[in-house]
Design a protein around this ligand. Structure first.
Ligand SMILES: Nc1nc2c(c(=O)[nH]1)N[C@H]1C(S)=C(S)[C@@H](COP(=O)(O)OP(=O)(O)OC[C@H]3O[C@@H](n4cnc5c(=O)[nH]c(N)nc54)[C@H](O)[C@@H]3O)O[C@H]1N2
Ligand SMILES: Nc1nc2c(c(=O)[nH]1)N[C@H]1C(S)=C(S)[C@@H](COP(=O)(O)OP(=O)(O)OC[C@H]3O[C@@H](n4cnc5c(=O)[nH]c(N)nc54)[C@H](O)[C@@H]3O)O[C@H]1N2
Ligand SMILES: [Mo]
Length: 733
C-alpha cells in the first residue's frame, strides 16, 4: 500500500525508493516494499509450471500443466466426489491484485464443500465478533491513530509488522505523534518489543490472559460509574447484561493470572475513561490464543463502554474507496449467523462462519474412511510452516492422490504438489490493494501499472492467477481446460455479479440495465472488477449517476494515489444485525465466560511459548530475498536471564524446546525483554526440507515453531488456533 518509486535500468530493477509524493505513505516505506525487486528477479521464483515426475519436478508448458491438473483432479472427483477435494487459501491472497479479487470467484464457482485458510491461525475471532456484534464477518473497527489521545494496544508489534488489521504507514511515527500531542500509548505484551520500548508504558502480561485483563478494566468502568457510552447507548443492545456478566472479573480477581498488579489495572481503566479520545486495539497476540474471541469481544466492549466507538480519535470504520467482494458476507447468512451447522469428520470440530480449524486438515487427509480428503489445492499458502501441528501436515500431504499448488515458489509445502501453477510477480501485474483498505487510517486508494511484461511459454501463454483460478474452478465443474476460456467464465461471473447488484434494492446501480453496466466497464479480470468496485464505491461515478465520480481511468491519472480524508462516523451504515443494533452480548460469545472464569483459578504453567515477527521478513516466504537475510541469525529462542540460569541455557548455545506436539533445537538468545516464564520463537522458519528450491532461505533455515503447536489447542468459540501461550519445556541441547 505504500507508494514506491521503482527505477529500472537494462530491464532490471536498479532501485526501489519510497515515493515522497504518495498521498498515503508520504515517503515512508518498510523493507518488504524494498524487496519487491529481489523477489521479482529471484532465480528460484517459478516462471513456468512444474509437474511431478517421481521424486523430481519437470518444467512444462501451460497446456501440459493444465492437462495434468485435469487428469489428477478429475480422477479424484470421479471416484470420490467433490467432498474429497479441498483448498487452502494463504495470506498473500489479500495482497495480490488478481487473487484478492478472484479467490472469492473461485470459491463460489468451484463448489467445494469445505475450504481451509490461514484465517483460522490469524483473525477468526475478529470475524466472529464482527458477525455476531455488527452483522458482518469483516466488520472490524480501526483505531483512529491520527486523532486519538490514548492508545491501548494488546498483542501487536507494529515495530515489526507495520500493523495488521490497521493499515497505517509509519505506524511508529504516528505513535510518536500521539505522545507529542500529550496523549499516551500503553502496550500490553509479554515481550518488551520495539513497539513497547516506544510507548509510555509496557504491561508485561501472562500470555492468554488478555480477556481477564480487559474484563477487569470493564468491571472497574461499570463499578466506578465510568462507563459512558454517550450517543452509542441507543444503538447498543446488551450493555446491562455485559455489566452483570463481568462484575466478578475484578482487578483483584484477575491480577494473579495476568501477573499484573490490581492497582495498575484500575489505573488503566481510569485513564482510559478520562481520555478525551481513546482507542483499544488488539491483534494477533490477542487472537491466536486460548481466549481469542473473548479478548477480541472485550476490545469492542471497552470501545463501546467508553463511548469511543465510531467517533474521531476512537475506534472507527474505514470507508474503502473501492467496494470489495472478498469482504462481503456470503448470501447464505442472509437469515443470520447460525454456527456449528456441521462438524468435521475426524475430531467433530464445529464449523464457524464456514471454516473449521486449519489444524483439522492433516487429520482429514491421513485418517482413512468415507469422506477422507484426497485432493488439495493450495493457493498462495505455506501451511507446512504456518499451520499448527506442522509435522503431521508435512507427513500427511504425500498421502494425497492429487495436490495442486498455485504458488510462485517450490517450497516446504509445494514440494508435495503434483502440479505447481505459478502466478505473475508483483511487478508483472498492475496493483491496487483490495481488502486492507477496509482497515486503513484514512480513506485512500492507489493504482499502479505493471512494470515488466511476463515471459510466455513456447505456445505463447503466461496466464495471470485469476485465469488459473477460473481454469481450476472449471475443471472442478467438469470443463476440460482445453475447452475452457477463462475470459468466458469471467464474463459469466462478472455479468452475474452486476445483475445481483442491479437487482439489490438500495444498491448504487439498483434498477439499471446490467448489460449496459457490463458494457460500460473497462478491461477484463481484476481490472474490470476494480473499475466496477470503484464506480459503485462511495466516491464512484455510479455509471453516470454521480458525474465526475471515480472510475479506474480517473484513478490511473493519480499515480500518487487519491486521499478522501480521515475516517468519519458510519456505524449506522455498517450495522447489519437483525435488530439493527450493535449486539454487545451475543450468547455464543458470552457462553465462553465460564471457561474464562475457570482460567482465573488455574495454576500457571512454568514456561509458555509465544510467537514473534521481524521487520525484514514476511511470514514464511520472503526469506529467499538476499538483502532481507543479512545480519545475525533471527530464528532464536528469546529467553529471560532468570529462566536461562534456572534451565542452564547459554546465549548463542542450542536449546531443545519440547511441547506435547513435538520438539525443535534452536539457539537461545538471552534477553530481559521477555517476561520470565515466557519464551519466544519467530514464525515462518524451517527451510531445511529436502526437495524445496529456496537457495537463499535454505542457508538460513531456522526451525518451524508450529511443530510445537498442538493442533487441538483452539479458542473454543471461533476455532482459531492457539499458537501463543503453548506450554513448553526447554533444556540445553
Ligand atoms: N506459530 C505461528 N503460526 C502462525 C502465525 C504466528 O504468528 N505464529 N501467524 C499466522 C498468520 S497471521 C498468517 S497470515 C499465516 C500465514 O500462513 P500462509 O499464508 O500459509 O503462509 P505464508 O508464509 O504467508 O505463505 C505464503 C505462500 O504464498 C506464496 N506466494 C507469495 N507470493 C505469491 C503470489 O504472488 N502468488 C502466489 N500464488 N503465491 C505467492 C509463497 O511462496 C508461500 O508459499 O501464518 C499463521 N501461522
Ligand atoms: N515485517 C513483517 N510484517 C508483517 C508480517 C511479517 O511476518 N513480517 N506478517 C503480516 C501478517 S500476516 C500479520 S497477521 C500481521 C501481524 O501483526 P501484529 O499483530 O503486529 O503481529 P506481531 O508482530 O507478531 O506481534 C504480536 C505480538 O503479540 C505478542 N503476544 C504473544 N502472545 C500474547 C498474548 O497472549 N497477549 C498479548 N497481549 N500479547 C501477546 C507477541 O509477543 C508479539 O509481540 O503482520 C503482518 N506484517
Ligand atoms: Mo496474518
Amino acid at each position: 500500500m505504500c507508494g514506491l518509486e521503482i527505477t529500472v535500468e537494462g530491464g532490471r530493477v536498479a532501485r526501489i525508493r519510497p515515493n515522497p509524493d504518495d498521498v498515503w505513505s508520504r515517503g515512508y516505506i518498510c523493507p518488504k516494499g524494498v524487496s519487491l525487486g529481489e523477489l521479482h528477479h529471484d532465480p528460484d521464483r517459478l516462471r513456468q509450471p512444474l509437474v511431478r515426475d517421481g521424486d523430481r519436478f519437470r518444467e512444462v508448458g501451460w497446456d501440459e500443466a493444465l492437462d495434468e491438473t485435469w487428469r489428477r483432479l478429475r480422477a479424484v472427483v470421479d471416484a470420490h466426489g467433490r467432498e474429497a477435494v479441498t483448498a487452502y487459501i494463504g495470506n498473500p491472497t489479500v495482497h495480490n491484485f488478481s487473487l484478492s479479487r478472484y479467490v472469492p470467484a473461485f470459491i463460489g464457482m468451484a463448489g467445494l464443500p469445505v475450504v481451509y485458510s490461514a484465517g483460522t491461525v490469524d483473525q477468526w475471532p475478529k470475524n466472529l465478533v464482527g458477525a455476531l456484534c455488527y452483522g458482518g464477518i469483516w466488520t472490524i473497527a480501526t483505531p483512529d491513530l491520527d486523532r486519538t489521545e490514548y492508545l491501548l494496544m494488546l498483542g501487536a508489534n507494529p515495530h515489526a509488522s507495520q500493523g495488521s488489521l490497521v493499515a497505517a504507514p509509519d505506524f511508529l511515527g504516528r505513535m510518536a505523534a500521539i505522545r507529542a500531542r500529550g496523549g499516551k500509548v500503553v502496550v500490553v505484551d509479554p515481550r518488551r518489543t520495539g513497539t513497547a520500548e516506544r510507548a509510555d508504558e509496557w504491561l508485561p502480561i501472562q500470555p492468554g490472559t488478555d480477556a481477564l485483563f480487559l474484563a477487569a478494566i470493564a468491571s472497574v468502568l461499570f463499578a466506578e460509574g465510568l462507563a459512558r457510552p454517550g450517543a452509542l447507548a441507543d444503538r447498543v443492545n446488551g450493555l446491562d447484561e455485559v455489566e452483570r456478566l463481568l462484575a466478578g472479573f475484578t482487578p483483584d480477581a484477575v491480577a494473579d493470572a495476568c501477573r499484573l498488579p490490581a492497582d495498575t489495572i484500575r489505573r488503566i481503566a481510569r485513564e482510559l475513561a478520562a481520555a478525551p479520545r481513546a482507542a483499544v486495539y488488539g491483534r494477533i497476540g490477542t487472537c491466536t490464543q486460548e481466549f481469542g474471541t473473548l479478548a477480541s469481544w472485550l476490545v469492542e466492549v471497552l470501545n463501546v463502554a467508553t463511548g469511543n466507538l465510531d467517533r474521531p480519535g476512537g475506534s472507527m470504520f474505514s470507508n474503502p474507496v473501492a467496494w470489495t467482494l472478498m469482504s462481503q458476507t456470503p448470501p447464505e447468512y442472509a437469515g443470520g449467523f447460525a454456527l456449528g451447522r456441521w462438524k468435521t469428520r475426524v475430531r467433530g470440530a464445529a464449523e464457524v462462519l464456514g471454516q473449521v480449524p486449519v489444524s483439522c486438515l492433516a487429520e482429514e487427509i491421513d485418517t482413512p474412511g468415507a469422506g477422507q480428503l484426497r485432493a488439495l489445492i493450495t493457493i498462495a499458502g505455506n501451511p507446512v510452516l504456518s499451520a499448527p501441528d506442522a509435522a503431521r501436515l508435512d507427513a500427511a500431504l504425500p498421502k494425497l492422490e492429487c495436490m495442486i499448488a498455485v504458488d510462485n515458489w517450490l517450497n516446504e509445502t509445494t514440494r508435495h504438489a503434483h502440479v505447481i501453477l505459478p502466478g505473475l510477480s508483483a511487478l508483472e501485474q498492475p496493483h491496487c490493494d483490495d481488502m486492507i483498505w477496509a482497515w486503513a487510517v484514512r480513506n485512500a486508494i492507489k493504482h499502479s501499472p505493471a512494470i515488466f511484461a511476463a515471459e510466455p511459454d513456447a505456445s505463447g501463454r503466461r496466464p495471470a492467477e485469476w485465469e488459473i483460478l477460473l481454469w481450476l474452478a472449471g475443471i472442478l465443474q467438469g470443463a476440460r481446460p482445453a475447452d475452457t476460456d477463462p475470459r468466458a467464465l469471467d464474463a459469466l461471473f462478472f455479468g452475474g455479479l452486476v445483475a445481483l447488484f442491479a437487482s439489490a434494492p438500495g444498491s448504487p446501480i439498483a434498477g439499471r440495465d446490467p448489460a449496459a453496466i457490463v458494457a460500460a466497464t473497462a478491461g477484463v479480470g481484476p481490472e474490470r472488477m476494480l473499475d466496477f468496485s470503484l464506480r459503485v464505491g462511495p466516491w464512484g461515478d455510479r455509471y453516470g449517476a454521480n458525474p465526475g465520480g471515480l472510475t479506474l481511468a480517473e484513478l490511473a491519472r493519480h499515480p500518487n494515489g487519491i486521499d478522501k480524508g480521515p475516517l468519519e462516523p458510519r456505524l449506522g451504515e455498517v450495522l447489519r444485525t437483525p435488530s439493527g443494533k450493535l449486539e454487545l452480548a451475543p450468547a455464543p460469545i458470552t457462553a465462553d465466560l465460564a471457561r474464562l472464569r475457570a482460567r482465573m483459578r488455574r495454576d500457571r504453567e512454568p514456561l509458555v511459548l509465544v510467537s514473534r515477527r521481524h521487520v525484514r521478513s514476511n511470514n514464511s516466504w520472503m526469506h529467499n530475498a538476499p538483502s532481507l537475510m543479512t545480519g545475525k541469525d533471527r530464528c532464536t529462542l528469546l529467553v529471560h536471564p532468570a529462566d536461562a540460569r534456572r534451565l542452564g541455557l547459554e546465549d548463542g548455545k542450542p536449546a531443545r524446546v519440547a511441547s506435547r506436539a513435538g520438539s525443535v533445537v534452536v539457539p537461545a538468545e538471552v534477553s530481559d525483554e521477555m517476561l520470565p516464564g515466557v519464551v519466544s520463537l519467530p514464525h515462518g522458519w524451517g527451510h531445511d526440507k529436502p526437495g524445496a528450491s529456496l537457495s537463499v532461505a535454505s542457508r538460513h533455515a531456522g526451525v518451524c515453531n508450529n511443530v510445537l503447536a498442538p493442533g487441538d489447542l483452539i479458542d473454543v468459540p471461533s476455532g482459531n488456533a492457539v499458537v501463543n501461550g503453548v506450554p513448553v519445556e526447554v533444556a540445553p541441547a
